[in-house]
Design a binder for this molecule. Structure first.
Ligand code: KG4
Ligand code: ZN
Length: 333
């Protein structure tokens, strides 16, 4: 079964063709990051307009790269939410019109469930059950996944998401938006033990996160400095900040798997592209005789292959959308 997947929840317009839920025939991502960069964050109105311009070329390219035509598509899946409503509407309406015109089954995918499915597209897909940390610009969620359709939310951030903390600290350091990859690069050159930023575990046995205190601690550190920052100082701050984030993320993920008796942990979302995080979790997991599953690097951030993979399951299960179905901005779990 060949599924056309479409993603447009934030600042990436993406289309992918996936066969039988796991074989990626194409995955095209058109990013708007250059446009939003100068505003220091995503501007919703601009995002919607750019999705409008990109959607048709991106879908066309996905079909061409896969070496198929519209006639080969058996079903369509588009992100339904959570995300920016104006942005979501572009991809969701496109999918609706495409499927209706061609008489195909179609479905709306929860973006977060899409991210969870990105690990099934990796080299070593996790075996069920497993615990997954979904860390992106908008979410820091821990899920206990017990079946292809059962995602128990164990914990989430009470304030900033992990990726958001990376972005805000990058902004404070004058490194631009988005900040995750830049901080990771600088952190590799810095001393992670140089500054002891606070780790917020909240209730150590619980699974919720909080990153606003860490963000404020970095801001205070910068305010209290008398001398201008050298490149070495910036690298040390980046490394010390990243270390604080990694400590908490890895601890909570491994502890959640321990409590649930799972032998497999997984990472997904934009922050899972952070190789230092992958190394840390792999090490902590190995110490507990657990294994780590990761999405392919190209599928850590927003993409449509994960949407097609999740959509494949929903379509097979008969969980379809109708023409009067709409997008949603916030998660309903
Ligand atoms: O999943 P994603 O592409 O979009 C959503 O938010 O849904 O995640 C984007 C987030 C941004 O906050 C970005 O700074 C962060 O992922 N990110 C990283 C890295 N690459 C992207 N954070 C830490 N290290 C990275 N290498
Ligand atoms: Zn995402």
């Amino acid at each position: 079964m060949i599924i056309l997947g479409i993603e447009s929840s934030c600042d990436e317009t993406a289309a992918a063709v996936v066969e039988d839920g796991c074989k990626i025939l194409s995955s095209i991502v058109s990013t708007q990051v250059e446009v939003h960069h100068k505003y220091g964050g995503v501007v919703p109105e601009l995002a919607s307009r750019m999705h409008m311009e990109a959607i048709l070329p991106v879908v066309t390219q996905a079909l061409e790269t896969a070496g198929i035509t519209m006639d080969d598509i058996d079903g369509v899946a588009a992100t339904r939410g959570p995300g920016l409503v104006g942005a979501l509407l572009v991809g969701f309406s496109f999918a609706k019109a495409f499927a209706w015109a061609r008489g195909l089954p179609w479905t709306g995918v929860n973006h977060l469930e899409g991210h969870i499915y990105s690990v099934f597209l990796g080299k070593t897909p996790p075996s069920l059950p497993f615990v997954i940390l979904l860390a992106s610009g908008g979410h820091t969620n821990l899920y206990h996944v017990t079946s292809p359709n059962d995602f128990e939310l164990m914990g989430q951030t009470r304030d900033d998401a992990a990726g958001e903390a990376f972005d805000k600290v990058a902004k404070m350091l004058g490194l631009g938006y988005p900040g995750g990859a830049v901080i990771e690069k600088l952190a590799a050159k810095g001393d992670p033990g140089k500054i002891r930023f606070p780790r917020s575990y909240l209730d150590k046995e619980g699974f919720d996160f909080s990153f606003s205190g860490l963000k404020s601690a970095v801001a205070r550190h910068l305010q209290q400095r008398k001398e201008p920052l050298t490149p070495e100082d910036v690298a040390d701050i980046a490394a010390s900040f990243q270390e604080a984030v990694l400590d908490v993320l890895s601890f909570k993920l491994i502890n959640a798997a321990r409590v649930k008796g799972c032998r497999t942990v997984a990472l997904a979302g934009g922050v899972s592209a952070n190789t230092a995080l992958g190394r840390r979790v792999a090490k902590d997991a190995a110490a507990r005789k657990m294994t780590l599953a990761l999405p392919p690097l190209s599928l850590c951030g927003d993409n449509a292959a994960m949407i097609a993979a999740r959509g494949h399951r929903l379509i097979q299960d008969g969980t379809l959308c109708q023409l009067d179905h709409d997008v949603f901005s916030r998660t309903r779990v």
